[in-house]
Design a protein around this ligand. Structure first.
Ligand code: AMP
Ligand code: GLY
Length: 409
């Protein structure tokens, strides 16, 4: 099969690594890809949301499957354009990608499918929203109703904070009950009504140790989250994902792709916080290093609506992903530092390094983005995976390297 992978992050480098070892792969292209993928794929200089460019390239190169990494191409309608062009795509249509694009849509689907979730209301005007939070009190959660890269959510601990959030985020808004518990992310391959469990992870979104500092795309993940084993994950899939898939089929907008359900493990059981319509980054890296099955037939089957016989076997090791970022991230990351030591890191047993914000300048690898590399490790015991990943991370050097020291503690 000839495959076009869309994206340029650590998640896509991990996907490329899995796809490249498939016996069914005849050619792999990555748009735009990153320097870590050059030995696995041919890089194509197209932007991830250049839907017409991607489809034209896929037609010209007789691509058999498009694998989208991030949400941007999906929300921009890549899967719809692929369907029009007769090219299988392992990601949801724009209508199904609304599960990530609109908080209110997700809440409506969850209610229609009787999926446990926080009680909510949607507002199109400021005055009733302000009145609502004054009446309900804090803590309360205020969310912009659109794609906001994690920045559109305020967990307000006081009414003043909730009022500020309403004014700052603007309309439309979703305001919901604050859930209390441990947060986990659940991943599954989905096609129409079928879901095949991938696994679960816990992300660390804040920049600094001890969950301090600004929110980021994710600074590290562990898998599985302690106390949330595969039996609990399967149960959560039945409760929080399969009813959504059935509801999407009922609405005539079936979901095909990777679902990422953000769940709060409350005293009353798992409750849905949100869906994303793709793998997480850096969760994908921690999950995919444990994949034993061939990824390509699974993605091809989900794109064709034929997941029935797909088996996704993962080793039952623990895994961890550590993001090495550049100083200044998530605002203005410092670029240009010369990176060394990746080979030494990968010489540590069980360690893999994935690129994200890197660039080759005259054959020299330099930092070129906020999240620069992800160092991952797997081992039977979580503490060994953690130790190995940190050993790998310390072998890698460049000016301005920053990372959290408490992932997996
Ligand atoms: P979201 O973009 O919906 O994932 O929200 C970002 C983060 O806000 C989540 O990962 C949670 O930590 C937090 N959050 C969102 N909704 C709630 C809620 N109803 N109760 C408590 N925390 C929430
Ligand atoms: N790490 C969180 C995400 O990919 O959305």
């Amino acid at each position: 099969m000839r495959v076009l992978l869309v994206g340029s992050g650590g998640r896509e480098h991990a996907l490329a690594t899995c796809l490249a070892r498939s016996p069914s792969l005849s050619a792999l292209y990555a748009a735009p890809g990153n320097p870590g993928m050059t030995s696995l794929a041919t890089l194509v200089p197209l932007k991830v949301d250049d839907v017409s460019g991607l489809v034209a390239f896929a037609k010209e190169q007789k691509i058999d499957l498009i694998v989208p990494g991030p949400e941007a191409p999906l929300v921009a309608g890549l899967a719809d354009a692929c369907a029009d062009a007769g090219i299988p795509c392992a990601g949801p249509t724009r209508a199904a990608a609304l599960l990530e694009g609109s908080k209110a849509f997700t809440k409506e689907v969850a209610d229609a499918a009787a999926i446990p979730t926080a009680k909510w209301e949607r507002f199109e005007e400021e005055a009733p929203a302000l009145e609502f939070v004054r009446r309900r009190g804090a803590p309360i959660v205020v969310k912009a109703d659109g794609l906001a890269a994690g920045k559109g959510v305020v967990v307000a601990l006081s009414v003043d904070e909730a009022e500020d959030a309403i004014r700052k985020l603007g309309m439309p808004l979703v305001i919901e009950e604050c859930l209390v518990g441990e947060e986990v992310s659940l991943f599954a391959f989905c096609s129409d009504e079928k879901a095949v469990l991938i696994g679960a992870a816990r992300d660390h979104k804040r920049l600094g140790d001890g969950d301090t500092g600004p929110n980021t795309g994710g600074m590290g993940a562990i898998s599985p989250p302690p106390g949330f084993d595969r039996a609990a994950q399967e149960k959560a899939l039945d409760l929080s994902v399969r009813p959504m898939l059935a509801e999407m089929v009922r609405r005539g907008t079936p979901f095909r792709g990777v679902i990422f359900a953000g769940l709060m493990l409350t005293n009353e059981g798992p409750k849905l916080i949100e869906y994303n319509v793709r793998f997480g980054d850096p969760e994908a890296q921690a999950l995919l290093i444990r994949l034993k099955s061939d990824l390509l037939p699974i993605l091809a089957a989900l794109a064709d609506g034929n997941l029935d016989h797909a088996a996704a076997d993962f080793s039952d090791e623990a895994s961890i992903s550590l993001v090495l970022a550049a100083n200044g991230y998530p605002d203005a990351a410092k670029k240009g530092g010369r990176i060394s030591g990746i080979e030494r890191a990968e010489a540590v047993p069980g360690v893999s390094v994935f690129h994200a914000g890197t660039k080759l300048v005259d054959g020299v690898l330099v930092a070129d983005g906020g999240r620069v590399l992800t160092v991952c490790a797997k081992a039977t015991m979580p503490e060994d995976a953690r130790r190995l990943a940190y050993e790998g991370a310390s072998a890698i050097q460049w000016e301005d390297k920053i990372f959290r020291t408490d992932i997996g503690l």
